[in-house]
Design a protein around this ligand. Structure first.
Ligand SMILES: *[C@@H]1O[C@H](CO)[C@@H](O)[C@H](O)[C@H]1NC(C)=O
Ligand SMILES: *[C@@H]1O[C@H](CO)[C@@H](O)[C@H](O)[C@H]1NC(C)=O
Ligand SMILES: *[C@@H]1O[C@H](CO)[C@@H](O)[C@H](O)[C@H]1NC(C)=O
Ligand SMILES: *[C@@H]1O[C@H](CO)[C@@H](O)[C@H](O)[C@H]1NC(C)=O
Ligand SMILES: *[C@@H]1O[C@H](CO)[C@@H](O)[C@H](O)[C@H]1NC(C)=O
Length: 373
């Protein structure tokens, strides 16, 4: 029987791309799992979100626990905003203008955001900002691979901080440092049973990463593209509200799709606010794909195809048929490493033996000098 494993490396990186002009010297490491050494910053704590509770109540225990960290992180973001616009007008605008958006969101998202605001004591507008913020600032690598026995595994790296304030002196991204204590694993339950599990950030209600045990794994990567970007979000604010927020679709699919095929169809066909990549892994041989999305439709679906020798699919933040931005080529090193390891002997084989059917995540650090991918 096919087994399904999933590992999430939430590496809140500290690197500024212009300092690392290719070619880099790097090696493919085969002994990186489970993570240890200087990049290993600890395991992530588990929480439960009970979907049988009213949306405004279900995040209460988690947020109550992480309140101090959440408030501190928002303060950092506000300090940054005030550094850009010293009058304090930007923060004032967020507090005044964003709360109305909550009324426009579909069930259960509006009520959940209200619940996060109530439990943390943060103004609703700031909670909304925090939830939009991730749609904008993530950079990731995702891989789905199949071993010779037909076992599928899904790995992801979630990198933050690429566009945030860079502290030259101590080489740590200010916001990234603040995000680390917010990383949590969440077990979403209904009728006292796991529906799906996710690694996410306290206060963030959309999903970027998740597993529906024994059914599918899903990650979302940003797709920077001219055909959407923030236009969809602007349109939403201005009243034209057709598309779905990307991480809300991911959340909704994890919560309610019952199979790999159903998930694939919804991810490929639901109209979105902005372009995205969805990386989906299933529970049987051949089920692994990258869905490249424009706002309106699926542009391309690249699937695992053993007959063609394609035993893995890998996605960073560029269309797989185009060259990545030369400053940010995480794909070539990733593929070089996957090609070198061959299908039989990957780091993920080790991973699978350890974590069958589980979601494991590790917070990593990137010590100086840092080459995070
Ligand atoms: C790095 O800079 C941040 C923001 O200025 C500061 O809060 C933090 O303590 C510094 N870290 C170290 C290790 O010096
Ligand atoms: C939920 O399951 C746990 C153990 O899996 C059990 O201890 C608990 O009583 C259950 N709660 C309800 C409400 O059924
Ligand atoms: C999943 O489906 C249930 C039942 O139709 C619905 O109440 C819930 O809002 C859906 N979840 C999401 C995140 O859309
Ligand atoms: C794979 O998923 C399908 C659809 O949900 C399910 O019917 C089947 O039992 C699953 N197979 C395994 C091996 O878990
Ligand atoms: C990896 O292997 C694939 C399939 O054989 C090939 O298309 C690709 O160019 C290789 N990539 C690298 C970076 O070696």
């Amino acid at each position: 029987m096919a087994r399904l494993s999933f590992v999430v490396f939430v590496s809140l990186i500290s690197v500024v791309s212009t300092q690392f002009i290719p070619p880099y010297t790097e090696d493919c490491r085969a002994d990186m799992y489970p993570p240890k050494g200087p990049t290993f910053k600890g395991r992530v704590t588990w929480y439960t979100v009970d979907l049988d509770l009213h949306p405004s109540k279900r995040w209460m225990p988690l947020i109550t626990d992480k309140k101090a960290e959440l408030v501190s992180m928002m303060q950092t973001i506000k300090d940054l905003a005030n550094a850009f616009v010293p009058s304090g007008k930007l923060v004032e605008m967020v507090d005044k203008a964003l709360p109305f958006l909550v009324e426009t969101l579909p069930y259960p998202f509006g009520d959940e955001l209200r619940g996060v605001a109530a439990a943390s004591g943060l103004p609703l507008g700031e909670v909304v900002l925090f939830n939009i913020f991730y749609e904008v600032f993530t950079v990731c690598t995702s891989i789905v691979a199949e071993d010779p026995k037909g076992n599928l595994f899904h790995g992801r790296n979630l990198d933050f901080g690429l566009f945030m304030g860079w502290d030259m002196k101590n080489r740590s991204w200010i916001v990234a440092e603040q995000l680390k204590p917010l990383v949590v694993n969440v077990d979403f339950r209904r009728n006292n049973q796991t529906v799906f599990k996710s690694t996410t950030f306290a206060g963030y209600i959309g999903m970027l990463t998740g597993i529906k045990p024994n059914v599918f794994t899903l990650t979302m990567n940003e797709r920077f593209s001219l055909d959407g970007g923030y236009i969809g979000i602007l349109e939403w604010i201005l009243g034209q509200r057709k598309g779905m927020w990307m991480s809300f679709l991911t959340r909704s699919v994890l919560e309610n799709a019952t199979s790999y095929e159903v998930a694939k169809t919804r991810l490929a066909q639901t109209e979105l606010l902005a372009p995205a990549y969805f990386i989906l892994g299933g529970n049987q041989t051949g089920q692994g794909c990258i869905i490249t999305r424009s706002r309106l439709l699926s542009l391309d679906i690249l699937e695992i195809d053993l007959k063609l020798g394609r035993w893995y699919v890998l996605e960073t933040n560029y269309d797989h048929w185009k060259a990545p931005l030369f400053l940010d080529d995480r794909r070539t090193p990733g593929m070089t490493c996957m090609n070198k390891t061959t299908q039989t002997l990957t780091t993920y084989t080790t991973l699978m033996d350890v974590s069958t059917g589980n979601l494991e995540s590790y917070i990593r650090d990137c010590p100086n000098p840092c080459m995070p991918w």
